[in-house]
Design a protein around this ligand. Structure first.
Ligand SMILES: Cc1cc2nc3c(=O)[nH]c(=O)nc-3n(C[C@H](O)[C@H](O)[C@H](O)COP(=O)(O)O)c2cc1C
Length: 195
């Protein structure tokens, strides 16, 4: 039986699309395989994100089925492995450090990766799937294990993608956290005009 998510801690204005305020990051995932076409469309959505000079500095490296899942899982820290082990896919987001056209430092690359990440998330939600960003990584090994050049790319974060499961499938300590979180009031984050 699917559990209905309770969004009562969220107070969006009435005209904000539910796509935004019903996105959240669950930890209870179900080990169901995700179709190849669905996975492709999720990452294709990211292709259309805006980026400085249209550099498209993002690189997504993802597990490909069960054969390498444990290698990807092993790059998360222990507290994240506990729940991410049930995700359908684990991936990592890298940002290319320099602009391809002139080799200059691209100090907007991480910002652009964030935009692409949101596209991944929203497209996943449209397929009934969820994502969970993961900053707690084994940073020392991520480049070597995934064969990514450290001088060319910055690791931004990892993520889990998959179908959700009941909170009761999680270790007890995580069950209580398994709900959409609240936000700062709009007045705290938006300033119209000069203070
Ligand atoms: C870059 C990034 C790193 C994160 N790292 C972790 C993490 O290591 N472990 C974890 O459980 N959640 C992690 N999260 C999830 C955040 O805690 C979560 O997005 C935030 O609390 C807001 O909740 P919501 O996404 O459910 O709205 C991360 C999220 C992002 C975007």
């Amino acid at each position: 039986m699917t559990q209905k998510t309770n969004f009562e801690s969220r107070d969006p204005l009435p005209n904000v699309n539910s796509l935004f305020h019903q996105r959240w990051s669950p930890r209870a995932f179900k080990k169901t395989p995700i179709g190849a076409d669905t996975i492709k469309s999720v990452f294709d959505a990211a292709r259309w994100a805006p980026s400085c000079s249209n550099e498209q500095p993002w690189l997504f490296v993802t597990s490909s089925g069960e054969k390498d899942f444990d290698t990807f899982l092993g790059l998360l820290n222990e507290s994240n492995r506990v729940w991410a082990k049930n995700a359908g896919l684990i991936g990592f987001i890298f940002a290319k450090k320099t602009f391809t056209r002139n080799g200059n430092d691209n100090n907007k690359a991480k910002f652009d990766c964030g935009a692409a990440w949101m596209s991944i998330t929203l497209q996943a939600n449209m397929h009934g799937l969820y994502t969970h960003g993961i900053g707690g990584l084994d940073y020392a090994n991520v480049y070597k294990t995934l064969n990514i050049a450290k001088d060319e790319f910055d690791i931004i974060c990892g993520f889990a993608l998959g179908e959700t499961d009941q909170a009761g499938t999680l270790p007890e300590a995580l069950q209580e956290k398994e709900k959409p979180s609240s936000r700062k009031p709009l007045a705290d984050i938006w300033q119209a005009g000069i203070r």
